[in-house]
Design a binder for this molecule. Structure first.
Ligand SMILES: [Cu+2]
Length: 165
């Protein structure tokens, strides 16, 4: 009796271990292309990071948070048109449909860096950690890049801090 019980427990442990080995983390299934952080003049309190995300899995996933030591707060944002004005707002998550690249780009979805704690010098590499819905994390390095402003609404004018400028 005792022996049989021991055997079944061992079997359970093995099954659990195999399950862990085969379960893939979302972070392993998402590809990041061309990440960068927008260069801002010294004294600017905020910036943003952009990139292309590809979910290579057969099912949808989601980016739920981002982290970076470069700013006090990191949020996921999008832009929406309200009364003819482009405004930013925080989003709970960024959906990553299967096989459909999602672009984080100026005027759209972005990783918002609020309360910069260091200067963003073009060429510097900014560490950013992406957090997915299963809690798995993907760390990337995003170079600081100067952006050409083609359109007025692209420069995050929705933020009050930017108006002072
Ligand atoms: Cu924003």
């Amino acid at each position: 009796m005792m022996k049989r019980r021991l055997v079944s427990v061992t079997g359970l442990v093995l099954m659990t271990l195999c399950g862990l080995a085969f379960a893939q983390q979302v972070a392993d299934l998402v590809e990041v292309k061309d990440p960068y952080v927008r260069a801002v003049p010294p004294g600017q309190p905020n910036s943003a990071s952009f990139m292309a995300l590809s979910n290579t899995d057969a099912q949808g996933h989601a980016l739920v948070a981002a982290e970076s030591p470069v700013s006090k707060v990191v949020e996921l944002h999008t832009h929406t048109m309200e009364d003819g004005m482009m405004r930013m707002r925080q989003v709970e998550k960024i959906e990553l449909p299967a096989g459909e690249p999602v672009a984080l780009q100026p005027g759209g979805l972005h990783v918002m860096l609020i309360g910069l704690q260091q200067e963003l010098v073009p060429g510097a590499e900014i560490p950013i950690t992406l957090v997915f819905e299963d809690g798995s994390k993907l760390s990337i390095k995003a170079p600081v890049r100067k952006l050409q402003m083609h359109m007025k609404h692209m420069d995050h004018s929705g933020h009050k801090d930017h108006m002072k400028h």
